[in-house]
Design a protein around this ligand. Structure first.
Ligand code: G3P
Ligand code: MG
Length: 246
């Protein structure tokens, strides 16, 4: 079974710094996280940037859809001030910038392919070769994940050497078939709907279970007690301290 650290910074350390920015990833490393999760998405002109929402409005000073914005305009956005004026000037990172920072910090990563409808294969086809070219074989092997089966299938074709996870809100009844056909290493599920029986069954079938987004140490303890392999959390520092005591 794949080896992942138990605590993964979700979009970095997004309670302490603006999510999915270099500042957030630096903070996660300072918090002691060994891995971060981030969302990779396409601009209008097919550049891969690190951004969660479809729309620019919540986490930048832009407006409208990322998928309708050319990279030049995305690169000019302030992705920090919305969070706190102290982060003014923080930018929307490119995939290259994020991975170069992770290499410098010794961080491992889970790249979530955040797809627009109809661009699932395009995103995987552009993002994976960039990541493979930058990432050293000596660095921790990353995990590639998506809610999109098409994106995960494309990742399997393009970078078969990197483990894959499929993300669910609720685990579907055909998870075992999906696991086999997509060659999954992990099933990533919303912890709110996850049951102990599911965790035992999925792990028994040889897949790691990763749960998102867990921000209560007591809940983390319960999930780890069920056998959950790792959690995505907005508070990696606090969670690491709490889990150390378990
Ligand atoms: O990959 C786990 C989690 O990040 C999936 O949900 O919406 O936070 O990207 P979201
Ligand atoms: Mg995500």
């Amino acid at each position: 079974m794949i080896s992942v650290p138990r605590i993964i910074g979700h979009r970095g350390s997004p309670r302490a710094a603006p999510e999915n920015t270099l500042a957030s990833f630096r903070q996660a490393a300072a918090d002691g996280a060994k891995w971060v999760e981030f969302d990779a998405a396409l601009t209008l002109d097919s550049r891969v940037v690190i951004f969660h929402d479809d729309a620019l409005d919540r986490t930048s000073d832009g407006a409208g859809l990322l998928a309708e914005a050319p990279f030049e305009s995305v690169a000019a956005l302030d992705a920090g001030s919305w969070f706190d004026p102290a982060f003014k000037g923080e930018m929307v990172p490119t995939l290259e910038e994020a991975l170069e920072l992770f290499a410098t910090l010794g961080l491992g990563f889970n790249m979530e392919l955040k797809t627009d409808h109809g661009r699932e294969v395009e995103l995987a086809t552009i993002a994976l070769p960039i990541a493979v070219a930058i990432w050293s074989d000596n660095a921790p092997t990353p995990l590639i994940s998506s809610f999109s089966r098409q994106a995960v299938a494309a990742a399997k074709d393009i970078a078969p050497q990197w483990p894959r996870g499929l993300i669910f809100d609720r685990l579907p009844s055909d998870w075992a078939e999906l696991g086999k056909s997509l060659g999954l290493a992990t099933l990533n599920a919303n912890h709110k709907h996850l049951t102990r029986e599911q965790v035992m069954e999925v792990r028994g079938a040889g897949y790691a279970v990763l749960a998102y987004t867990v921000n209560e140490p007591a809940r983390a303890e319960t999930l780890f007690g069920w056998g959950v392999d790792a959690i995505f959390t907005d508070i990696p520092g606090e969670m690491l301290k709490a889990v150390d005591k378990l």
